[in-house]
Design a protein around this ligand. Structure first.
Ligand SMILES: [Fe+2]
Ligand SMILES: [Fe+2]
Length: 213
């Protein structure tokens, strides 16, 4: 609704971190495609838990990562249960949806060699969490009371996930001597901005500018 309202919902650091705001046309599209929004949201929560668990399998020698990712995976699965419950209450059937281009578009830029690979995956994680948080915050003023209340709780937890991913990226870049992490963050932020602000034919939770816009 109003920019002030969105800003008060969104942690300030996150607004600065992202390369652009979600286009208004996406918000309008989301409001007219709430079923797809919910189904794809459920998919995203499940995928977020699974990404965190993959990191736990791959990096057993990093206790801080293990603890943070284990907490994160549990929270994402709880979010998944909450979305599925809400869908059931609203008579929205869970069906398969193709993935949006977003996560794959970011992952394509990830290095295939550790430790750069780990740092890249953590930066991408921070961006996905930050964008999810921003979209929840932007949608809240337009939603019914039940969905708005749920999304308000998600703004808080996805905001924490963004902070954890970014902290881990900087920490392991320093520990493992990965150079120029801030430049790498800027690089991925720009990739993310393009995915959000260029035309995208398929509406999803993380899709870009609606094609007709
Ligand atoms: Fe989540
Ligand atoms: Fe999250």
């Amino acid at each position: 609704m109003t920019t002030t309202m969105t800003k008060s919902l969104l942690p300030e650091a996150m607004g600065r971190f992202l390369g652009c705001e979600t286009p208004k046309a996406w918000i309008e599209q989301a409001l007219t495609h709430q079923e797809i929004l919910l189904i794809d949201h459920a998919q995203c929560e499940k995928k977020a838990a699974s990404t965190a668990m993959s990191l736990m399998y791959r990096h057993v020698d990093r206790p801080l990562l293990l603890i943070k990712m284990s907490q994160l995976a549990r929270e994402e699965l709880l979010h998944f249960e909450q979305v599925v419950t809400l869908m059931q209450r609203r008579g929205v059937a869970y069906r398969h949806l193709s993935a949006s281009r977003y996560a794959e578009g970011l992952r394509r830029q990830v290095s295939d060699k550790d430790p750069q690979r780990l740092v890249d995956i953590l930066i991408v994680g921070a961006l996905i969490e930050a964008r999810s948080c921003e979209r929840f915050a932007r949608l809240i003023p337009h939603l019914d009371a039940e969905l708005a209340k749920f999304y308000r709780s998600l703004v808080k937890s996805e905001g924490r996930h963004y902070e954890d991913y970014l902290m881990l990226a900087r920490r392991y870049a320093e520990d493992d001597g990965v150079p120029e992490v801030e430049e790498r963050i800027v690089f991925f932020t720009e990739c993310e901005r393009r995915l959000i602000c260029t035309p995208d034919p398929h509406f999803r939770f993380h899709s870009g500018l609606p094609e007709a816009a």
